[in-house]
Design a binder for this molecule. Structure first.
Ligand code: SAH
Length: 666
């Protein structure tokens, strides 16, 4: 067997069969088609990797598994006439051509259509016809088709394609009204007018653009000024309505928060968002509000989108606690700037000094809600048990040993465990948690805080183990698991501090705004914001942030270095554009209650909203950073800061001189 067919064999067994594709025709086709002939020259060595790859013109060749999964869903038996929309590289068409007798594939971008035809010829495929056209209208002269595969995400199933499907035939198509994520759907034509629909999976495809698809981005951009002109009543008056109801400020430091504090009233949980993980003003304003909540409303918990053990270092410092949580460095992993910055330090120092003058039970605590610290949490549980129960520590070491080989890459554990190449550690980590919880009576009298710390770490290990396994299936399950973990952690710390406790939560807008009011809801994703709304009702207050332009600290890719990037001015169809048009440098806009019914109604029309995370890719901003939302249902309050700057990360040299117990020390 040559090297390439070995690679293909491995691809099929590890990426395709392991995930449950069983159809022998599909597996054989995947073993035969030379994928390397369909990727650009400079990416040839990645041809057999488990991912989509760029093929030029901002399009991608699909991940091998997804091609196999979709082709299997067509339930071909051999010899059919098949239509594909979105030829791209031609790879999926080549896979289809191994099973079907004739394949017709359409590509809307001329240069890709030519390339696909050339790739197919180079791979020796002779039964595929490539056409350069808008595929949403199908290929009427050749209809009906026994099966139709749509390789791009459609807003709705194109009607023309439904008409061109033979009775009894299947069409597989990603459907969803947002540009980034879709539901993979199988349509079966039952008779002339009846179609059945099944949901198969959540997927991410580039958009299907055309007459019965999305509008092209360029056309969308070009159209927006005309919309403003033709509907001045809406577009011009809405910003002034916002300005009328908003409380404006010039500098965020000088913003008067009295009215906001009144609106927050007796809420038990206040969730404060951010529209990026690297904007100075969001951090500073959030800290300012939090200080007021601690001082004036007796909030005693700050719970943030950071890993539990890292935040425990901060907690130890701000509450002047005796036993240090452990020796590791806090926030040493990517993205370090998210917490290692001057803005966070200013708040942490303030809390440290403020707490110093109070009895230990009146000090405000600092906790982490996130779950990316699998291995530091493992060590924290073992360290704790070493001091209270060395025998159980030995058991823990053995149980957690199951995860040890994967420290460098926990995602690889998830893959191996799923494929069955490696045993699942699920039972081990679950048992450890149960055993620890059983010791509550015995351990808590000695030090309840440390017991909470250990059990939270054990819980984190259990959830993170699951997280890395479900991650493999796609974004929805892992996102939901992570946000449920955050919510449960919040509940635990509130319970620990008793019925009078009150918490401020700091996390990205996408976590703290109600997911049901955004496209996340359609994808059946929930978040901590939605879970808090459901649980606390009016007693949780959600504050979102937004900005028009300026700079932001972010990376271009995961694990990449932090860069200070320019933030593009907000998209014409976004909420941000409306707020920018108020000309206010900053404003607080209350969204709850009846005070602005007209405004509320007008804002309740879905619009785009921007989310910048630790990654920012201005070049593909519309597709990667905008999502659809209904702002007044998402938040109770929106804070607008028109021009913003990147947060100020610590210089490494500065870290070296810090005292040992300072949480940000190296
Ligand atoms: N099947 C391809 C994956 C292509 S990605 C492969 O195996 O490589 C989706 C492709 O659909 C892109 O090349 C995009 O340009 C194309 N596309 C988007 N809208 C289209 C339309 N209306 N008609 C035809 N092709 C379209």
């Amino acid at each position: 067997m040559d090297e390439l067919s070995e690679l293909r064999d491995r691809l099929v067994s590890q990426q395709v069969e392991a995930r449950g594709v069983r159809d022998p025709l599909v597996l054989a086709a995947m073993r035969t088609v030379p994928r390397e002939k369909f990727v650009p020259d400079d990416l040839k060595e990645k041809a057999y990797e488990d991912s989509p790859l760029p093929i030029g013109a901002r399009q991608t060749i699909s991940q091998p598994y997804i091609v196999a999964f979709m082709v299997e869903a067509l339930a071909l038996e051999g010899g059919e006439k098949v239509l594909e929309i979105g030829a791209g590289s031609g790879y999926a068409a080549a896979v289809l051509s191994e099973i079907a007798s004739e394949v017709f594939t359409i590509e809307r971008i001329g240069q890709l259509a030519e390339k696909a035809a050339a790739n197919l010829a180079a791979a020796g495929v002779a039964n595929v016809h490539v056409r350069h056209a808008d595929g949403t209208e199908g290929w009427a002269e050749e209809a009906p088709f026994d099966a139709i595969l749509v390789s791009a995400g459609a807003p709705d199933v194109p009607k023309s394609l439904m008409r061109q499907l033979r009775i009894g035939g299947h069409m597989v198509v990603p459907v969803g009204s947002d540009l980034r994520a879709q539901e993979l759907v199988r349509i079966t034509r039952v008779d002339d007018s009846e179609f059945e629909r099944e949901d198969l999976a959540d997927v991410r495809f580039v958009p299907l653009i055309g007459k019965e698809g999305f509008e092209a981005e360029e056309e969308w951009e070009a159209r927006s000024p005309r919309v403003v002109q033709s509907r001045p009543a809406v577009s011009v008056s809405l910003p002034s309505l916002i300005a009328k109801h908003g409380e404006t400020f010039v500098k965020h430091r000088d913003a008067d928060l009295d009215a906001l504090l009144d609106r927050i009233g007796g809420a038990r949980v206040v969730l404060i968002g951010e529209a990026s993980h690297g904007t100075s003003e969001f951090y500073a304003m959030r800290a300012h509000i939090t200080q007021e909540l601690i001082e004036r409303k007796r909030f005693n918990i700050v719970a943030v989108e950071a890993d539990w053990p890292d935040a425990a270092r901060i907690d130890h410092y701000v509450r002047h606690r005796g036993v240090p949580p452990s020796e590791w460095t806090a926030f040493a992993r990517f993205p370090t700037w998210m917490w290692r910055n001057e803005e966070t330090r200013a708040f942490v120092d303030w809390l440290h000094n403020r707490n110093a003058t109070r009895a230990s039970d009146r000090r405000a605590a600092f906790y982490g809600l996130d779950l990316y610290s699998l291995y530091t949490s493992v060590r924290a549980v073992i360290d704790y048990l070493e001091t209270v129960d060395p025998d159980l520590a030995a058991v823990a070491r053995q149980r957690y040993g199951c995860l040890t080989p994967w420290e460098a890459d926990p995602a690889a554990y998830g893959r191996a465990a799923l494929r069955g190449d490696y045993r699942k550690c699920e039972r081990d980590v679950a048992h450890m948690l149960v055993e620890l919880l059983r010791k509550r009576q015995e351990y808590t009298p000695k030090d309840g805080e440390r017991f909470l710390d250990a059990t939270q770490n054990a819980q984190l290990v259990a959830n993170a183990e699951q997280y890395y396994r479900v991650m493999y299936y796609g974004s929805r399950a892992s996102w939901n698991l992570r946000d449920s973990h955050m919510f449960d952690t919040l509940q635990n710390v509130l319970a620990f501090h008793g019925p009078q406790s009150k918490a401020v939560v700091w996390a990205h807008n996408s976590h703290i705004g109600d997911a049901a009011a955004t496209e996340m809801g359609r994808r059946r994703e929930h978040n901590i914001g939605q879970l808090c709304r459901q649980h606390f009702g009016g007693s949780s207050y959600h504050i979102g942030f937004g900005t028009n332009a300026g700079t932001v600290a972010a990376a271009s890719f995961w694990d990449g270095p932090m860069e200070v990037m320019k933030v593009k001015p907000a998209h014409a169809q976004s909420y941000e554009r409306l707020f920018h048009m108020t000309n206010a440098p900053g404003l607080l806009l209350p969204l709850r209650g009846k005070q602005g019914e007209e405004l509320h109604d007008k804002l309740a029309r879905p619009r785009l909203e921007r989310a910048i995370g630790v990654i920012y890719r201005p070049d593909s901003e519309l597709a990667s950073h905008y999502f659809e939302a209904v702002l007044p249902r998402q938040f109770d309050e929106y804070i607008w800061i028109d021009q913003t700057c990147a947060i100020k990360p610590f210089a490494v040299a500065e870290l070296q001189g810090l005292p040992d117990m300072y949480p940000f020390g190296l």
